[in-house]
Design a protein around this ligand. Structure first.
Ligand code: G3H
Ligand code: ZN
Length: 301
């Protein structure tokens, strides 16, 4: 069976992307996997530190236990999403311990997010993790640029952010970063933003983000490695689809399926109802938004 590293490379060759769905609450694991399988598609199940610190994923161990019950490697693999060196509230995080434990638990790929550090420190930290992960053959995703939205406080108006290009990944820095950090995949900032996670804002509908597609194409060509699009919820569909033909190989989606789950509960539903809401939204995203139903065989064999 192909490794996740090979599958992501194949996605790049085919000009398609791999959805990566965040487990914000443990019971979301099963319906995500069921949706991917029923669509005969392929996706990553992922959990970030925010999912277990601010929402109901509990821990990477708990998610792995749940994943093992329902796993189907023909359709899904498990990825450790954002482990920040400094988190959205400016706390310093012991990223190394979390990532080493996840690798020992059997996570197929991991992300180190040192994007809040200086370029030199981001390179140093990402390289440290790339060296650790390479001993187990686990691919490492790193981030360069500012994919805003997780931090507390009010974001500047989206149009202002997009037209100014504030926080966008710079081509010269990306080339140096990839060479010196030895990361396998790179998360880039090209107009994408994260859904809010603060208590007062986490239920809000996300702004429809656009993507700087020419800039993305230059980043992909200059770095030569698979690129990752974070903040997938609510991106303009035409831009997201175009990004898959310009070097994006993995698209993270969190807010949209988390809100589907939480809204079902708030409406008085049971956990079973919330699972079905997650299933319905994940299925619809794969089928209608990503248009990736039926691609499993092309990607994995
Ligand atoms: O790492 C997680 C993703 O970037 C999710 O972003 O919640 O805006 O879909 P989103
Ligand atoms: Zn993200």
């Amino acid at each position: 069976m192909r490794s996740v590293r090979e599958i992501v490379r194949r996605a790049r060759d085919l000009g398609i992307g791999i959805p990566a769905f965040n487990v914000a609450h443990l019971p979301m694991t099963e319906p995500i996997i069921r949706a991917v399988r029923d669509q005969d598609s392929f996706a990553l199940v992922e959990v970030s530190r925010i999912d277990w610190v601010k929402f109901g994923a509990q821990s990477p161990e708990e998610v792995m236990v749940e994943y093992r019950i329902h796993e189907d490697p023909r359709h899904v693999r498990i990825h450790l999403d954002h482990v920040p060196a400094v988190d959205e509230d400016q706390n310093v995080v012991n990223y190394r311990v979390i990532i080493e434990e996840a690798i020992a638990l059997g996570y197929d790929s991991v992300m180190i997010d040192a994007s809040r550090l200086t370029l030199n420190d981001n390179i140093r930290v990402s390289r440290e993790i790339a060296e650790i992960a390479s001993r187990s053959g686990v691919p490492v995703e790193a981030e360069l640029g500012a994919v805003l939205g997780h931090e507390n406080g009010v974001l500047p108006p989206y149009e202002e952010l997009f037209t100014s290009g504030r926080g966008f990944t710079r081509v010269d820095e990306a080339v140096r970063f990839v060479k010196e950090s030895s990361c396998d995949w790179l998360s880039v900032a090209i107009g994408n933003i994260h859904g809010a996670v603060g208590d007062a804002t986490k239920d809000q509908k996300k702004v429809e983000a656009r993507l700087a597609l020419d800039h993305l194409a230059t980043l992909a060509e200059s770095t030569g490695i698979p690129l990752v699009l974070h903040g997938g919820s609510g991106i303009r569909q035409a831009d997201m689809l175009a990004s898959l033909r310009r070097g994006i190989c993995k698209v993270n989606v969190g807010t949209e399926i988390r809100q589907a789950y939480e809204q079902a509960l708030r409406a008085g539903g049971s956990i079973a109802d919330a699972r079905e809401a997650t299933y319905a939204r994940t299925s619809s995203l794969i089928k209608n938004w990503f248009q990736l139903s039926g691609i499993r065989q092309r990607l994995t064999s």
